[in-house]
Design a protein around this ligand. Structure first.
Ligand SMILES: [Ca+2]
Ligand SMILES: [Ca+2]
Length: 278
């Protein structure tokens, strides 16, 4: 009781420890355990108490080589914080988010822009298996307020994340022409449109060659292949095609990472008279 009113002498900044003993709130003091004191490191004075804010941040990119983004802690925007990285639930490393970033980061971090991180993953993430990656921002005063910045499934080369699993798409393409002199067309693999794929040419059921479909093609091919147009092939068929006999030519597109998903692009009967009926 102070002045006839009930006061909590443990926390009341106007009656801290004893009635009428005021803490100097202008100097950032609060009343804690009946003593006037400054807020501990990593906490911020909010009204008459000290509170700790959660770090904030953003995960810009996670792939099989690195994870990058930014994060900062409102309790001290000038200080860099630690970022932790987990692979399949196991802590595999950390880094300090102290790389200078773009002005937008300073806007979010009290005017300080040196809060970017860019962490290179160890080789295990490239072992050909899918891996879940979790990225946490660690509270600057280690107050166990560590938000998950993001959780990403990193898929092996040649597969693509879809609905929480890694799947491999089949190549596709078109055989434009097959005659006694050549076989031409285009093909690409949706798992990496930027990479050229192999084409296998069969004559009468026998594999005669493997070529790479990497010739620049018309814009329509780029439209079909994620914006990349260097997916054409034009293969000069061997002399046996011109021996006066009919020959079957089969053209297969080969999956770009050998996933054994190799569609038949075309099967054509080439007749001695140049027709496809003989
Ligand atoms: Ca904090
Ligand atoms: Ca594929």
């Amino acid at each position: 009781m102070c002045d006839g009113r009930c006061r909590d002498l443990h926390t009341d900044a106007g009656h801290c420890g004893s009635c009428g003993h005021s803490c100097d709130q202008a100097q950032g003091q609060v009343c804690s355990a009946g003593e006037c004191q400054l807020c501990p490191t990593g906490t911020t004075k909010t009204g008459e108490t000290c509170t700790s804010a959660w770090p904030v941040g953003f995960l810009d990119v996670v792939d099989s080589s690195h994870a990058a983004g930014w994060a900062c802690d409102p309790d001290d925007f000038s200080a860099p914080i630690i970022i932790h990285f987990y692979i399949d639930g196991v802590l595999i490393g950390g880094t300090l988010a102290d790389i200078p970033a773009e002005p937008g980061v300073a806007d979010a971090c009290g005017g300080y822009n040196a809060h970017r991180f860019d962490y290179a993953f160890p080789p295990i993430i490239r072992d050909g298996q899918p891996h879940w990656v979790d990225v946490y921002a660690i509270d600057y005063a280690l107050l166990n307020q560590n938000p998950l910045l993001g959780e990403v499934l990193v898929c092996p080369v040649g597969t693509t994340e879809s609905g929480g699993s890694c799947t491999s798409a089949w190549p596709f393409g078109v055989v434009d022409v097959v005659d006694a002199s050549h076989a031409a067309g285009w093909a690409c693999d949706p798992d990496d449109f930027s990479a050229p794929i192999a084409i296998h040419i069969y004559v009468d059921g026998a594999l005669i060659d493997s070529i790479v479909a990497n010739i620049p093609a018309d814009p329509g091919v780029a439209d079909a292949c994620g914006g990349y147009n260097a997916h054409r092939f034009d293969y000069a068929l061997p002399a046996i095609m011109r021996d006066g006999q009919p020959h079957w030519v089969d053209v297969y597109a080969i999956d770009y990472v050998g996933a054994n998903q190799n569609p038949l692009l075309g099967e054509v009967l080439v007749c001695p008279d140049g027709s496809t009926r003989c």
